[in-house]
Ligand binder design. Structure first.
Ligand code: ADP
Ligand code: TRP
Length: 321
């Protein structure tokens, strides 16, 4: 069983990324074979600043390792370190109907808003299909927004297999736990697009400041409140034990508490939760050679597998004599 997923280095990872995706990737790294990569080629469709892309790519590698991605269990690599993927993308592109891509949401939404899209955004799902098919991936853990792209990869694979003979493994999406939707500082879904994120790594004081500024409702303190729908309660629940959660739920129901105290609890619980990762990151920062070796080894493993798939494709299509 081969598991594969990619994550774009388009910003520093936040709590939503961790609970919604990264933690689940790490849980799946014990699969027979797991490939995780930093999708810098995809990020190039939005980031056009070389230092920023470089920095975010490296940060993403440090963050993933600090959070528990174990290079002895999973291959961790940078997407562009496997150039075979770009060749495979071209081959797949020649068999991808325009209509299939026109239906894909990222392009469709831009077009509907009247924003001009480039060929990179339009063909983004084909690059993603190459990422998936290039490693014979069976299972692709993704959020709901990416499920359509897995379907595209399956369609492309089926059509290719039909024309050229069995070449690709048909991948399946594994939907990440949707209940892990993490609210942001404004109570809406946490996302870097909404400027409401709390980063996993960074200056501890700055993180605490963000937590203390989380928006709250203005109901009187004496009122009894239902904890379930409250975003502060939801945030605390990410880090708390069952007993701690029940204790806070009882405080909500009794009323007479201050939101400031809940925020302090969130700050304490989150710092306790992430402190081992913070410490590990500091150690990794001091050892860039180690990080480079991990990424090189990951790329080597990924290239070996992708080369094998690309050989099959070149033979099947008549690209090698
Ligand atoms: P952003 O919304 O900040 O741009 P991305 O789209 O890059 O984040 O998301 C990367 C991964 O993190 C995806 O798998 C996505 O489902 C997950 N994710 C992002 N924000 C949240 C959130 N608030 N709750 C749960 N999962 C999230
Ligand atoms: N497009 C994905 C995202 O934005 C990232 C990604 C690129 C990916 N290639 C992939 C995810 C292959 C899974 C498999 O989240």
């Amino acid at each position: 069983m081969r598991v594969l997923s990619g994550i774009q280095p388009t910003g520093r990872f936040h709590w939503g990324n961790y609970f919604g995706a990264i933690r689940q990737y790490i849980d799946l790294q014990t699969a027979e074979q797991a490939y995780y990569f930093i999708a810098n080629l995809h990020a190039l469709t939005t980031i056009r600043d070389k230092d920023l892309l470089n920095e975010l790519t490296y940060d993403a590698a440090l963050d993933l390792l600090a959070l528990g991605l174990d290079p002895d269990q999973a291959s961790l690599f940078v997407q562009s370190d496997v150039p075979e993927i770009s060749e495979l993308t071209w081959v797949l592109m020649t068999g991808t109907p325009m209509g299939l891509l026109e239906r894909c949401h990222a392009y469709k939404e831009k077009k509907e808003k009247g924003i001009s899209a480039d060929a990179g955004l339009f063909t983004y799902p084909v690059l993603m299909a190459a990422d998936i098919l290039g490693y014979d991936s069976n299972i692709v853990p993704v959020g709901q927004d990416q499920v359509q792209h897995i379907e595209v990869a399956r369609d492309i694979a089926k059509s290719f297999n039909h024309h050229f003979g069995e070449c690709f493994v048909l991948p399946e999406a594994k939907l990440l736990d949707a209940s892990a939707k993490v609210p942001g500082t404004d109570g809406e879904k946490m996302s870097k697009s909404y400027d409401n994120t709390i980063e996993i790594f960074g200056n501890e004081k700055a993180i605490k400041k963000k937590i203390m500024r989380i928006a709250t409702d203005s109901r009187p303190m004496e009122d009894s409140k239902e904890p379930e729908g409250d975003h502060l309660y939801q945030l605390y629940s990410l880090f708390a034990s069952t007993e701690q959660r029940q204790e806070l739920a009882a405080i909500y129901r009794a009323g007479g508490f201050g939101y400031g105290d809940v925020k302090k609890k969130i700050a304490e619980a989150s710092a306790e939760y992430f402190r081992p990762a913070w410490e590990k990151r500091t150690t990794l920062e001091a050892d860039p050679d180690y990080v480079r070796d991990v990424l090189n080894a990951g790329a080597q493993q990924a290239r070996t597998k992708c080369r094998e798939v690309l050989d099959r494709v070149q033979k099947a299509t008549g690209l090698v004599r």
